[in-house]
Design a protein around this ligand. Structure first.
Ligand code: SKM
Length: 280
C-alpha cells in the first residue's frame, strides 16, 4: 500500500492557511509521508487565468491531489475530467484527486458542514432553516442542510439578487419549495428550527453580531461557519440563550478530513484533527 502523498492548495493570498498544518499533522500521526504545499497565486504573480497551466503542472509533477480555494473553486470545474455530484450541483470544487493523470473534483465543504451538524446538532430532517449569507460558503451550507432532509431554507443576504440566484439553484435541485430568498431575518427565523450563519461577520477582522441577538430563542439551533475566533459573538449569544450550537471549526476541519480521505483512501481521525486545529 501507498505511504506517501504530495498535495497542494491553489488560491489567492493563502499564505496563512491552516490546511498544510492540519493535513501534514494527520499524515504524521498515521506514519505517512504526506507533503502539503501552498501554491499562492498572489505570491506567484499569477491569476485565476493561469489555473489550466497550474493544474497541468501539478499533474506533470506528480501531485496526488489539490485543494482549491478562492477564487478558483468555480474556474477549476470545466478543467476536470470528472466531477462528483455535490460539487457539480453547487458549481464549486474544493478537492481534486489526481490518479494516473486523470482528475476528479469533489466538494468537501458540503460534506464537512454536514458532518459538523450531524455531530453537534443531530438529525434536522423536516426542519426549516434560516440562513444568513448567499456567497460561496452559503451555497455549500444550504446544500448540506437540504441534503440532510431539511424541508426549507430561507436565504437572507444584503445582495438580494445573490440570495434569489442561490434560492433558484436550490429549488432546481431539491424541489420547488426547498428555498426562498428573503430580506427579513426576523420573519425567516419566526418559523425556523435552525439558523445557519454564512457571512464574514464575527471574524476577527469583521467583529460584531450578524443579527439582533434578541431574535434568538432557546429552541433554535445555530450553526456558524466563522472559525476565527472559534467563539464568535453570535455563538456566545446563542449559548447564553440556550441554543444548541455548532462552531465554524467543524466545517474547517471536516472539509480537511474529507479531502484527506479522498486523497489517500485512508480514514482520517476527525477528533485528532479537531484537537490539532484548535491548538493552532
Ligand atoms: O474548502 C477549503 C479548502 O479546502 C482549504 C481552505 C484553506 O486552506 O484556506 C479553505 C476552504 O476554501
Amino acid at each position: 500500500p501507498r505511504t506517501g502523498w504530495l498535495i497542494g492548495l491553489i488560491g489567492e493570498g493563502i499564505g496563512g492557511s491552516l490546511s498544510p498544518a492540519m493535513h501534514m499533522a494527520e499524515g504524521d500521526a498515521q506514519g505517512c509521508r504526506y507533503i502539503y504545499r501552498i501554491i499562492d497565486l498572489v505570491a506567484l504573480g499569477r491569476s485565476v487565468d493561469d489555473l489550466p497551466a497550474l493544474l497541468d503542472g501539478a499533474i506533470m509533477l506528480g501531485f496526488d491531489g489539490l485543494n482549491i480555494t478562492h477564487p478558483c473553486k468555480q474556474a477549476i470545474l470545466p478543467l476536470l475530467d470528472e466531477v462528483d455530484d455535490d460539487a457539480l450541483a453547487i458549481g464549486a470544487v474544493n478537492t481534486v484527486r489526481i490518479v494516473d493523470g486523470r482528475t476528479r473534483g469533489y466538494n468537501t465543504d458540503v460534506s464537512g458542514f454536514r458532518v459538523g451538524i450531524e455531530r453537534d446538532i443531530g438529525a434536522i430532517r423536516g426542519h426549516r432553516v434560516a440562513q444568513l449569507g448567499a456567497g460561496g460558503a452559503g451555497a455549500a451550507t444550504a446544500a448540506a442542510v437540504l441534503s440532510m432532509g431539511a424541508t426549507h431554507v430561507a436565504v437572507v443576504d444584503t445582495d438580494v439578487g445573490r440570495a434569489e440566484r442561490l434560492a433558484a439553484t436550490l429549488c432546481a435541485r431539491f424541489g420547488a419549495d426547498a428555498a426562498t430568498a428573503s430580506t427579513d431575518i426576523a420573519a425567516a427565523l419566526a418559523d425556523a428550527q435552525g439558523l445557519v450563519h454564512a457571512t464574514p461577520t464575527g471574524m476577527a477582522a469583521h467583529p460584531g453580531l450578524p443579527l439582533d441577538a434578541g431574535l434568538l430563542r432557546p429552541d433554535l439551533w445555530v450553526a456558524e461557519i466563522v472559525y476565527f475566533p472559534l467563539e464568535t459573538a453570535l455563538l456566545k449569544a446563542a449559548r447564553v440563550t440556550g441554543c444548541r450550537t455548532s462552531h465554524g471549526g467543524n466545517m474547517a476541519v471536516f472539509q480537511a478530513v474529507g479531502a484527506f480521505e479522498i486523497f489517500t483512501g485512508r480514514k482520517a481521525d476527525g477528533d485528532r484533527m479537531m484537537r490539532h486545529f484548535a491548538a493552532l
